[in-house]
Design a protein around this ligand. Sequence first.
Ligand code: HEC
Ligand code: HEC
Ligand code: HEC
Length: 426
Amino acid sequence: MRDLGSSAVRAAAVLAAMVVMSSCKLSVAEPAPTGQDFAEIERGRYLTAAADCTACHTDPADSRPFAGGRPIQTPFGTVLAANITPDDETGIGSWTLEQFDAAVRRGRRPDGKHLYPAMPYPYYTKMSRADVGAIRAYLLTLAPVHKKVDSNQLPFPFNIRWEMRLWDALYFKAEPFQADPSKPEAWNRGAYLVQGPGHCAACHTPKTWLGGDHKDQALQGYSLQGWFAPNITNDPRRGVGSWSAADLVAYLKTGHNRFAGASGPMAEEVVHSSSRMTDSDLSAIATYLESKPDGSAAAGKPLPATNAEMTSGAAIYQDLCSACHRQDGSGVPYLIPDLSHSAAVQSRETTSLLHVVLEGAQTAATADEPTAPAMPAFGWQLDDAQIAAVTTYLRNSWGHAAPATTAGDVRKAREGLQSAAAHTTP
Ligand code: HEC
Ligand code: HEC
Ligand code: HEC
């Protein structure tokens, strides 16, 4: 009986809503779209892709775009991304521009509560209000999806939202992007895209144990979700200093270039976001990244070729790797990454290196380059000591000089990947 009653109530509510909606259509509040609205919506569509809102707000297990529910891992535990379709009750349909802007740029919900920084508002705060307004205009054109998402899956004490006030006090500053008038326009556009909508630092900047950015090490590399997002400053060894602007643009546009291929979270970023950006915006990003000098220390000395781990690593490389990556590590442009220039190989942290060798990898496939070559998995074939040897060899050949990998590192990486496989990751 209660069911019958509630469905009757619901039917009445739906009817009432339909009446309201149809009367809205006729009222002056919603005039027919003009050319200007159309341009605003298209600008919003572009910015929504540049800001990669879909990465978190579309759950691969529920194909309805922006309906939320995707689990996002944070240092505190898992948070589910919200429903941001224009549904009045469970989405952002009834939010004013003011409320939407406060959520995106300040991490505040209409009820005054703080969002978790799993939502990248600490970066989106650099966006202009006009750009956030355009994103909202685009989202409002989508089909509303009625889906209640209970975002907060965190364990005590992190499930208490007001604690995020502390986090905000420590790490968050609401400050819109300030252009530097002494720099060219392209540099400023690149800085805006990288720091604001692109939120590149969310993955590429080292973090404190509470997940705040180490601002003095901007874009110098960070491990997340079983991958290492490498240093993307102009450092020639650990960063992308040996890449030309055209190499950077090709990587962001297609997911690979003559040196490297994007896997893991970066493959997703390329597919949903950077491959959809204009060439002029991508070259602005390259201009900005190339201006970021790296402060880290000069390279050390490589291990000698006579070192026992080096000789066994060289033998494994010869047998299992050189057919594809070539004897000198140079690979095949656009197909097989050049290990002699790879940041993943020389990085401070071996997360991505071990991930790729243990589990293999598939680079991004994009409209421009639909077939992506794959790296086979070796985790089943080689034991911990053998993988430590071959990766140590990579890290100390062809001019590289990086600390050796140990069998213990490999065991930890295997365990980490097993527990990551038990979760869904963005
Ligand atoms: C890295 C993942 C991620 C990205 C990218 C992301 N979001 Fe979110 N967003 C979240 C998570 C997680 C929440 C829920 C946080 C919480 O409950 O505290 C959220 C919450 C929100 C909310 C608040 C909704 C509510 O009901 O409380 C809005 C609005 C929002 N996001 C809009 C956007 C827009 C617009 C973009 C792109 C410009 C975007 N998000 C990009 C993860 C993300
Ligand atoms: C969701 C996390 C994430 C975001 C956001 C992200 N990246 Fe990445 N990025 C990664 C990871 C992980 C890798 C390593 C991929 C691999 O090893 O194949 C990577 C690799 C790269 C590389 C290749 C570096 C090299 O030496 O191989 C470049 C360049 C890059 N990212 C640029 C960017 C830029 C520019 C942005 C912002 C527009 C960005 N990334 C946003 C995670 C991310
Ligand atoms: C069948 C050809 C093939 C063989 C054999 C092969 N690789 Fe790869 N490797 C690839 C391809 C293709 C990629 C790019 C995939 C990606 O980045 O998603 C790759 C990527 C890599 C990367 C990541 C480089 C970067 O900059 O992101 C490393 C490291 C690597 N391989 C090491 C090895 C080692 C060590 C072996 C031998 C144990 C090996 N590969 C054998 C094809 C191969």
